[in-house]
Design a protein around this ligand. Sequence first.
Ligand SMILES: *Cc1c(COP(=O)(O)O)cnc(C)c1O
Length: 430
Amino acid sequence: MDIENLISKELKYQQQQLKLIPSENYVRPAVMKAVGSILMNKYAENYPGKRYYQGNKNMDEIETLCQERALSLFGLSPEKWHVNVQAVLGSIGNLAVYNSVLEPGDRILAMHLPHGGHLSHGWKLEDGKNVSFSGKIYDSYFYKVDKETETFDYDEIEKQAQEVRPKLIISGGTAYPRDIDHSRLGEIAKSIGAYYLADIAHEAGLIASGLLNSPFPHADFVTMTTRKTLRGPIGTLIFTRSELAEAIDRAVFPGLQGGPMINSIAGIAVALKEASSSEFREYSKQVILNAKTLSEELSKLGFRVISGGTEKHLILVDIRAKQPDGLIAAELLEATDIITNKNTIPYETGTPWRPTGIRLGTPAVTTRGMREKEMPEIASLIEETLNTTKFEPKTTRAEVREAITSIAEINNIKDKVHKLTSRFPIYSEL
Ligand SMILES: *Cc1c(COP(=O)(O)O)cnc(C)c1O
């Protein structure tokens, strides 16, 4: 089998499956066209007007246009704000922020990973074992959600910030279903002379659409991946105040990277134009409506939804009422072509490999055109799948896969999933 065949196979799989991964989406063909273009033949080290190699006049225009569109999407004045569009991944974008204003050993205070945070925010294990490079270099501390409400208590974060005295406070995560009070976090940071980084990787598109609290102008840095709710290619935007523009640019190149992926930057520029349209705003609204509806439907079916619901595009579910853990649940769901991921939940009793939750999101199904009407059907397909067989705790992944092959209902449910997705085609023109 060659790569071309595997891509065709994957296209069919993406068309048939019900993708509920909140960090994934489907980009438009125009974005793919830019990313797959001849721009990848270029080396464009350094920034517009300052390239090290000759022949970059078109690259300069592309990168500048991308920057203009990014600032304009979030309503930012180019006098006061700067955006770097070169970091290749969200994680690298965050490292660049640290690299711009921190020294090794400096303290950071960020969201605890099992409470929704991200690896690149200095994550390390309680025994001090490093998982992320950021946890190795910086002295990281973490704030947690309240045990009862499963949401952040900003008074507690303030107390912790006063005790820890970090040089940088970070917000943003991968599995926190609630909106974040950027104004309060910005104030807390200011009161102790710390920088505030808002990592809005997940919510970028929803914030651009004006539907969630904006971190501007409360944050000193705002990072975001472009591939999640923003519906662009893999890439990153790092916003900062003009005073820090030079520091952030140097921290990316030559600090962390060489020549940028100018083809991706072009793809981001295409996606940013789309994100500034009224259609995109309607799309973002529908993403949230769908998530709220799906969360309610799941609650009705007896699932425990973390924090009691959602205010954005993602839902975190404690799966223990249905299966022993998230690994088993996600494997079962994959068997009916419902694609999710296992996820830790606040005050997790399992491990990252066998956490007790699964995470669901609506950006991808909403791009397909699904609306509130389809959410009860999705909830019941999830429930039906998880009810086919109740597994024993600790059943291994291989054992689960083996057992699934003899569950008769699995194929029937998978047919129903395909029937649903075939009503909302993607990439039919490819
Ligand atoms: C997705 C995400 C990132 C970036 O991830 P990459 O895979 O490195 O692009 C960073 N921070 C948060 C909070 C995220 O959700």
